[in-house]
Ligand binder design. Structure first.
Ligand SMILES: NC(=O)c1ccc[n+]([C@@H]2O[C@H](COP(=O)([O-])OP(=O)(O)OC[C@H]3O[C@@H](n4cnc5c(N)ncnc54)[C@H](O)[C@@H]3O)[C@@H](O)[C@H]2O)c1
Length: 303
């Protein structure tokens, strides 16, 4: 029998939910019974300006459909205000979906400090501020779900997106540690790397494909990850166009040299192919597992 994924009495904050992916998430959360704080500053894709109407429109859509939502127009960099607003309106915070984002695409050669900093501030600092403010409430109630929005541009790199890629993979680094720290308080933390036809990707994706990559196709995974049904934490999921899959680190078996005897750059050169050979590769789940090979090498050559 299929399980129902419901959010009665649960309060969900979705940042950047005035359009695109965030709007689709907000509508689905509300449909599944959540009380939703629809946050959006309402600026441009480049992070300029502000406009309350984006969040207001989504709240009106939710209410018209019989759901419960309030609009919030703060910047995610004022995360404490956003969380306070949810507390004032609904009395608790169960889920944070960090989705707000901007682009300042430029090749690294042309990158200016302002482009680097603004992208960092909205994606990384913004997600930090909102999550940091929600964290004590989640700890106290012994329940929480946090979703970070990463990107394939962070995982694989993308020409002209050094600032964005840095920020997006940074959020996955944050995911991994918060998953460890949150576990004992039943706070589960996952990240998605979505693809959707939104204003952010308009003109970058061929129009026919753009039409098919509906934002709504990303939201069911986000809603599931944010639910009580989900017990997974620390995950990274690529999702879009109706498809979704999980990503993990893979590391070659590597090569161990004798640390006492020493080894040279020439030794590294000679073994480089083997160092990079993924045949029989390992998939360390945590730091301890990751360090096993290294410690094994020390032991192997210990006196
Ligand atoms: N669309 C894709 O294919 C894709 C791919 C990878 C990652 N993403 C990520 O998904 C998220 C949603 O992007 P989207 O494609 O829906 O684009 P979008 O531009 O439609 O949505 C981003 C929203 O964030 C809001 N926002 C920006 N700065 C804000 C701030 N300081 N405070 C509050 N709100 C702010 C914007 O007003 C906008 O409504 C972003 O984090 C983006 O980087 C999208």
């Amino acid at each position: 029998m299929s399980q129902s994924v419901r959010f009665e009495d649960k309060v969900v904050i979705i940042t950047g939910a005035g359009g695109g992916l965030g709007r689709a998430h907000a509508l689905l959360f509300a449909k599944q019974g959540a009380k939703v704080l629809v946050n959006d500053l309402g600026g441009s894709t480049q992070g300029e300006g502000a406009n309350a109407s984006a969040a207001d429109r989504v709240v009106a859509e939710i209410r018209d459909a019989g759901g419960t939502a309030v609009a919030n127009h703060d910047s995610v960099t004022d995360g404490d205000k956003l969380v306070q607003h949810a507390m004032d309106a609904f009395g608790r915070v169960d889920v944070v979906v960090n989705n707000a984002g901007i682009l300042r695409d430029k090749t690294f050669h042309k990158m200016e400090d302002a482009d680097w900093e603004l992208v960092y501030r909205v994606h990384v600092e913004g997600a930090y501020k909102v999550t940091r403010a929600a964290w004590p409430h989640m700890r106290e109630q012994n329940y929480g779900r946090v979703i970070f929005t990463a990107s394939t541009s962070g995982i694989y790199g993308n020409f002209g997106q050094s600032n964005y890629g840095m920020a997006k993979l940074g959020l996955y680094g944050l995911t991994r540690t918060l998953a460890l720290e949150g576990r004992k308080n039943n706070i589960l933390v996952n990240a998605i790397a979505p693809t959707g036809g939104t204003r952010m990707t308009e003109g970058l994706i061929p129009p026919q494909v753009f039409e098919q990559l509906k934002p709504e196709l990303v939201s069911p995974l986000v809603v599931y990850l944010a639910s009580e049904n989900c017990q997974d934490t620390s995950g990274l999921f690529e999702v879009g166009g109706g498809w979704m899959g999980k990503v993990r680190w893979e590391r070659s078996l590597g090569v161990g040299f004798d640390p006492r005897a020493g080894f040279s750059p020439e030794d590294v050169a000679e073994h480089f192919q083997q160092i990079c050979d993924f045949e029989g590769a390992a998939h360390p789940k945590d730091n301890i597992e990751a360090l096993k090979e290294m410690m094994g090498n020390l032991q192997k050559y210990a006196l």
